[in-house]
Structures are given as structure tokens and as C-alpha cells.
Design a protein around this ligand. Structure first.
Ligand SMILES: [Zn+2]
Ligand SMILES: [Zn+2]
Length: 287
């Protein structure tokens, strides 16, 4: 057995033992990079397995098509299976690379330099896609200034708004000017007594896009931070699947659905975290 294969078997073992936990995924990503940079044929053969394991199905298929020996029946059979996955999944469901705290911090500093204010209830709005970047900039409907970051998630108002800058959301100007809101005030967990917190959530916080009515979780007497769109795989990679299942919101049947959810699939989970005790929670809905 060659060195690459040996290492692959060891990393795969760690990956299944950790149930797809963050360190085991990071280790596989490191190995993937090493194999991608190698010119060794044996390395490329193992790289097919790594792509396959991490669900980069298109990359696995493309690589095996290039290097596989088509007179080998085993290779042909595998190509057939991978082709089906590659055509229906692409690389879309690949296991995401977990970010290190340092990477997160660097990203936040970059956003701050671009003029992104701090949103308590939606701390990574570029990560979640609530804001997008425009190279040349767009004009904010509300303040008329040019902004490189513009809002893409729902804004409920009678007027049609094309662009909002982060600043006009953070200071409440957009909600006030258009008598609008970024989230429905009835679709929230009970248990938050301070009306100022509801005001901040619905009038000064970027929303998110659900399949159906969006819903905001609360814990420890306050609304939670929305962290992003996830499925069971992302919850495992973050190491929080058990934590989100420990929630009186869900019965056994619903817990099973969370365990089977796929990010971007029919059953979507939305991840929240309590700003006070740190507990992770989800909301889920269907397309
Ligand atoms: Zn503006
Ligand atoms: Zn809490």
C-alpha cells in the first residue's frame, strides 16, 4: 500500500469516528491540497477518493475520467456511479471547509473596512449572503450614496426598493423612510420582554430568506444571532448537531428530519446562536 493511500485510510477513519467533525474535515482539506499539488499518479488516484468522500462529485468524476484506466471494469463501474452524482449534484453538496477563528476574524476586519456596521442579530451578513459586494458600487435608494455592499434579503415595504446600503439598515433610516421591516414581528420566539430588542430585530437587522415564512429564534430573554443556512452535514462539521437537537421546539419526528436535512435541499435548516449562553438552535422549513 502506498503512502497516500495509507494516509487516506487514516483520515477517513478519523472523519467517520468524529461524525464529520471540524478537525477531521480540516485535515482532509489539507490532504486534498497536498494531493492536488502533487504530480504523482498514485496521489491523483487517492485524490479521487478524497473528492468522493468530501462530495466534490464533479471533481471526482472529472479526475477519474482523466486518469482512470478504462479497460479496468472496476474503474468503469465507478465512473458510471460518479457520473450520475456529478450530473445531479455537481460539487454543490461538498462538505464545507470549517473556518478557523483567525480566518473569521480576518474576514470581519475586511468587512468593517468596507463599511459594514455590526449587526448583533446577524453578525456575518456577507457570509449568509444578506449583503453582496459590487465592484463598481451601486446607489442606495434610501441615502443616495454609492455603496459597495448592498442588501439582498427580504425587505417588506409597499415601495419597490432596488438597493439599500448597510448603514441605512443599521441606523433604522431605511425602515423609517419606507415604513418597512426586515422581518415579520409575529414570526419570532416568545420570551423577549424588551420591546427595544424587537425593534432592533425587525427594523435595524438584515433578514434572511426562508423557503416559507422566516422565523427568528430567541433564548435567554433575547433574540439569537442568525448564523446562516445549514443542513445536517454543516451542523456536524460545526460540531453542533447534538446541541440543536436538544431543543423542546422539536418532537422526535422533526429531530429525524433535522438529522436528514441537506443545505439547499427540500428541507432547509437555519442556524441561530444565543448571544448570552452560546447555545445553537435551528429553525427549519420545506420548499
Ligand atoms: Zn443608504
Ligand atoms: Zn441562551
Amino acid at each position: 500500500m502506498n503512502e497516500y493511500l495509507k494516509k487516506y485510510i487514516e483520515l477517513k477513519k478519523r472523519f467517520s469516528a468524529a461524525d464529520g467533525g471540524p478537525d477531521s474535515v480540516r485535515a482532509l482539506y489539507g490532504f486534498k491540497k497536498e494531493l492536488e499539488q502533487s504530480g504523482d499518479r498514485q496521489a491523483k488516484e487517492v485524490l479521487v477518493d478524497v473528492y468522493d468522500l468530501l462530495d466534490f462529485k464533479k471533481d471526482a468524476y472529472d479526475l477519474l475520467s482523466r486518469i482512470g484506466n478504462r479497460s479496468d471494469r472496476k474503474v468503469l463501474k465507478r465512473l458510471g456511479t460518479l457520473k450520475e452524482y456529478a450530473e445531479s449534484w455537481g460539487n454543490h453538496y461538498a462538505v464545507p471547509m470549517p473556518k478557523t477563528p483567525k480566518e473569521k476574524q480576518q474576514e470581519k476586519e475586511r468587512w468593517a473596512r468596507m463599511g459594514l456596521p455590526v449587526f448583533r442579530y446577524h453578525p456575518d451578513p456577507l457570509d449568509t449572503g444578506a449583503f453582496k459586494e459590487s465592484e463598481e458600487g451601486v446607489v442606495c435608494d434610501c441615502c443616495g450614496k454609492i455603496t459597495r455592499l448592498f442588501y439582498t434579503a427580504p425587505f417588506f415595504s409597499v415601495e419597490d426598493i432596488d438597493y439599500l446600503c448597510p448603514e441605512c439598515i443599521a441606523d433604522g433610516k431605511a425602515a423609517q423612510k419606507y415604513d418597512g421591516s426586515f422581518h415579520d414581528d409575529y414570526s419570532v420566539d416568545d420570551g423577549v420582554d424588551d420591546p427595544e430588542r424587537l425593534d432592533e430585530l425587525i427594523h435595524r437587522t438584515p433578514g434572511y430568506c426562508g423557503w416559507q415564512q422566516e422565523y427568528w429564534r430567541a433564548h435567554c430573554g433575547d433574540y439569537c444571532a442568525f448564523l446562516g443556512y445549514v443542513g445536517a452535514r454543516e451542523l456536524r462539521a460545526l460540531g453542533v448537531l447534538d446541541e440543536v437537537l436538544d431543543d423542546p421546539m422539536w418532537d422526535e419526528e422533526q429531530k429525524e428530519m433535522i438529522r436528514e436535512s441537506v443545505n439547499g435541499g427540500h428541507l432547509q435548516c437555519y442556524l441561530f446562536q444565543c448571544l448570552h449562553c452560546g447555545k445553537h438552535m435551528v429553525w427549519m422549513d420545506f420548499d
